[in-house]
Design a protein around this ligand. Structure first.
Ligand SMILES: [Zn+2]
Length: 125
């Protein structure tokens, strides 16, 4: 079986160690359970929450992603609407941020585990 690169593994929400097991228990569209992370990797058994509060660091990633979402939305409003009011900006940013919240939540945890988690990829797992 071919091995996944780090980018594809992160994009698919795979375990940072084996890049095979899913980090999240349910698919994104199960909107009431989108946030549930496996305790251990279903493939290699690595514990995802390496230490208590490990995923608190994901808040910083989430903040960065949110800023990106805000700026992109404001830019698109400016590009495609004629003379938008401040209410239009605020409403657009709030709606887009809420709609993208599950994606933001997941990718902030995935990126945190992959980039800042200090977990080494182990192809033998
Ligand atoms: Zn794994």
């Amino acid at each position: 079986m071919s091995q996944k690169g780090p980018l594809l593994a992160a994009l698919e929400g795979k375990c940072p160690r084996c890049r095979k097991g899913d980090m999240f228990q349910y698919p994104l569209y199960k909107i009431s359970k989108f946030h549930k992370v496996h305790d251990n990797c279903p493939h290699c058994g690595m514990q995802y929450e390496i230490e208590p509060g490990f995923f608190y660091g994901a808040m910083y990633v989430s903040y960065a992603l949110s800023v990106g979402i805000f700026l992109t939305t404001a830019f698109l409003v400016t590009m495609f609407m004629e003379n938008p009011s401040i209410k239009t900006y605020i409403l657009s940013v709030v709606i887009v941020a809420l709609v993208l919240y599950p994606i933001n939540f997941r990718y902030s945890r995935i990126l945190f585990a992959h980039v800042f988690g200090g977990i080494k990829y182990d192809p033998s797992k």
